[in-house]
Design a binder for this molecule. Structure first.
Ligand code: ADP
Ligand code: ZN
Ligand code: ZN
Length: 741
């Protein structure tokens, strides 16, 4: 293509003003998106470096304006070339424009102020220094003497230490500099985001199972034989030590490492472990960093001062050259899927990055996603297992409390008799308790408190959602039916939409167990930079008997004194109206149960449910991942849901009900008209939330065996949208969605 969009610097702001250049004939078939080029720039047309972020047929400028030409392509595309190419991949694979993808991949370079710190360097040799000390002594120049004595010990001292701790006046420092005894110099200082003064430790001896994994992965790394490994290991089995050992080998090979940890598990406790091993060659990104702190972390990477970047999903876009390894810990987490355009999945993007840099990818989890385990079983990933906790402490004993039975016995409280008995026991023994409220999918599914019956769609096998218009609706196929007042299964009147909050539970605890001290962790109590850490620290310091919380309390923390975990309303997530419901439930229950008995005393878990025979609950209680997987994969295969097939959600939004009907209807009939038997088209139907802020939302689903088939459909739909002049609303895409739209 004869024209190129070029930015002269790498940053999100510069995306707003790319410059159009003409591609000279000699470069026509050569120049690619991501290339670093030399361009004449400004009035003097001096040559500057720029990046090609787009290529186009039409220049888009008025006739008569003569465009400048690209001078040449630099052989080395710089660190950012790879990220620009990655953006192109993301726009193609996940939908959205190239600009949206570039915005995701390129660093936020709000030009944080560069902070500098002054240092005093000793310049004089030992003899000269001795003479100076003698003179200062003679003149009773005590401040000067303190500084000179200090310089006998250390060749470099930060100026603020000299001023504040040694109480040496600025004048004295200046005079010594004039006499050439010392030199004052500034050094760039990075804002500290990592713990300071932590002892390094490196003396870990891996056990045999850990060693086998490390040896095998490193052998693959050297031969290039395999590039994706899945490590399935129960919590506490020593996965982290395995990652660190492999990371170490890769760094010693001169390559860089990206370690992804979900934000919720990116705790101080976790960071310290990596810091102990690797010291300050680590950088960290997370959402609570200020712009300045973020800027410094990226600058350290650009200046080659970092070997390992640790962070959530967005750390994938660290501007490293030569990535040898990406590790994705807790790979099953939904947080690895972006809910902003482009709706990418970190695993897919990581695979593309390591493909570009010939590196390898390690996925780790106690409860691998269906997707990853499916691929491992098919041989696409190499599978490793660690089935025992490192300290061999047993997994906790799990009791299932049947809440229908409790109701029959006349217990209408939210605590089962078993949980009540164990709470009292632990309060007596002064051991700690965690109460976990499963709130995923609290969208108002309709269930019977008497028999556990949940109203489901006859076509889709997902639960119906109660809408305010008193209808129960399926968000997959649009099936709807009026709200029911009596349970079709047992005739009970206790059938309704279900909702409880953490605050309510705290209230009930105070009422039932007045002597207990309680901490609560949820979105409300963790606002602010350290809210979350403060609560964790307080609980670890045994400032409370009971910690109540949602998802947040079950990820990434080690509370050695917790010997009882209560899971209230385990069913909540079972009936979320999407096909991940069982998987999310199994994973959450396993994680929650894993919090009990991490220390020396074995733990117990109570799972409260209206569906004790549900396989996700039963298999979580028996710590049996394989049994869960085998049953769930049958359901996915039957329904052709991922990973047995692929699903594209087409999300349509519009500001008018009439327009969205027209747009969604047209789109669906165009798709159906052009479709063949390789795809199944469902919808259009109302989205889970039909209207947000007066914007109407509808969905169309396309199911296909192959992901690439869906990419072709996405491209066709985008093409169709470009051709038609409809301005009725907008259309977005979500591949294998992790949440319903
Ligand atoms: P995971 O990441 O699978 O949850 P960890 O790596 O955190 O497991 O290991 C659990 C505990 O066992 C940690 O306290 C860790 O320090 C310890 N541990 C694991 N492997 C070793 C080892 N080889 N030597 C000593 N301690 C180990
Ligand atoms: Zn019933
Ligand atoms: Zn349905």
């Amino acid at each position: 293509m004869p024209f190129a969009d070029i930015i002269v610097d790498i940053s999100i702001e510069k995306l707003n003003r790319p410059f159009t250049y003409e591609v000279p004939d000699s470069l026509l078939d050569i120049v690619k998106i991501g290339d670093q080029v030399m361009i004449p720039f400004g009035r003097g047309n001096s040559l500057k470096k720029g990046f090609v972020i787009g290529l186009k047929e039409e220049s888009g400028v008025e006739e008569g304006i003569i465009l400048k030409k690209i001078d040449s392509i630099l052989p080395d595309c710089g660190i950012y070339g790879e990220l620009i190419r990655l953006s192109k991949f993301m726009a193609e694979q996940f939908g959205g424009t190239l600009n949206q993808a570039l915005r995701t991949c390129l660093p936020l370079k709000k030009p944080g102020k560069i902070k500098e710190k002054e240092y005093i360097y000793r310049k004089a040799d030992d003899d000269t220094l001795s003479l100076e000390i003698a003179e200062a002594n003679r003149k009773h120049a005590v401040a000067r003497l303190r500084l000179l004595e200090a310089l006998k010990e250390d060749m470099v001292i930060p100026r603020d230490i000299i001023v504040k701790k040694l109480h040496v006046p600025g004048d004295t420092i200046r005079k010594l500099a004039e006499k050439d005894i010392i030199v004052i110099d500034k050094k760039r200082e990075y804002r500290e985001v990592l713990p300071n003064g932590i002892n390094r430790n490196t003396e870990i001896v891996l056990n045999d199972s850990q060693k086998r994994i490390v040896d095998s992965v490193i052998a693959d790394y050297k031969s290039g034989a395999n590039n994706v490994s899945l490590i399935k290991g129960v919590t506490g089995s020593g996965k982290t030590e395995v990652y660190m050992e492999i990371m170490d080998a890769v760094i010693r090979d001169g390559k860089k490492v990206i370690l992804l940890i979900p934000e919720i598990a990116l705790t101080y406790q976790t960071l310290i472990r990596y810091y102990r091993r690797f010291g300050d060659r680590i950088a960290v990104l997370h959402s609570k960093l200020s712009d300045g702190e973020r800027f410094d972390q990226i600058s350290r990477v650009e200046n080659g001062e970092v070997d390992i970047m640790i962070g959530p999903r967005s750390a994938l876009f660290t501007p490293f050259k030569d990535i040898g390894l990406i590790v994705i810990d807790e790979e099953h987490e939904n947080a690895y899927k972006s809910e902003q355009i482009p709706r990418y999945h970190a695993v897919a993007v990581a695979k593309e990055r390591i493909r570009m840099s010939h590196g390898m990818l390690i996925l780790g989890s106690a409860t691998p996603s269906m997707e990853s385990f499916y691929k491992a079983k098919k041989g696409e990933y190499k599978l490793y297992e660690l089935n025992e906790r490192f300290y061999k402490n047993p997994l906790p004993e799990v009791h299932i409390a049947d809440m229908r039975e409790e109701l029959r016995k006349g217990n209408v409280s939210i605590f089962s008799d078993k949980l009540d008995e164990l709470i009292k026991d632990r309060l007596n023994k002064h051991e700690q308790i965690m109460l976990f409220l499963n709130r995923r999918g609290i969208s108002g599914f309709v269930s019977c408190r008497s028999c556990g019956y949940v109203v489901k769609c006859p076509n889709c096998d997902v639960s119906l959602t109660l809408h305010s218009n008193k209808k129960m609706v399926c968000h997959y196929c649009g099936y709807e039916t009026p709200e029911i007042k009596t349970c079709p299964s047992c005739g009970s009147k206790y059938i309704a939409g279900f909702k409880v909050g953490t605050e309510k539970i705290e209230e009930l605890i105070h009422k039932n167990y007045p002597e207990a001290t309680v901490l609560r962790m949820d979105a409300d109590t963790t606002k602010g930079k350290t809210g979350h850490e403060d609560i964790v620290a307080a609980f670890i310091n045994k400032e409370a008997d009971i910690l109540i919380g949602t998802q947040m309390i079950v990820k990434g923390h080690d509370f050695p004194d917790v010997t009882l975990v209560g899971i209230l309303a385990a069913d909540m997530s079972l009936f979320a109206s999407d096909y991940h419901a069982n998987e999310n439930t199994f994973e959450l229950l396993t994680q929650a149960a894993g919090r009990a008995g991490r220390g020396n005393i074995p733990g117990e878990v109570v799972i409260q449910t209206y569906n004790p025979e549900n396989f996700a609950i039963k298999t979580a209680a028996s710590h049996d991942y394989n049994a869960f997987y085998n049953e769930e994969i049958m359901y996915r295969s039957l329904m052709k849901y991922p990973p047995a097939g692929n699903l594209l959600t087409i999300m349509i939004t519009s500001d008018s009900e009439e327009k969205i009907e027209r747009l969604a209807g047209d789109l669906a009939s165009v798709i159906r008209g052009a479709s063949d038997r390789s795809v199944t088209v469902l919808g259009p139907v109302d989205a889970t939330i039909k209207k947000i802020n007066n914007v109407y939302r509808k969905v169309i689903y396309i199911k296909a065996k192959e992901y690439e088939t869906l990419v072709i459909w996405k491209n066709r739909i985008e093409e169709y949208r470009r051709k038609t002049e409809y301005r009725d609303g907008s259309v977005g895409f979500d591949f294998n969605p992790s949440e319903s739209f």
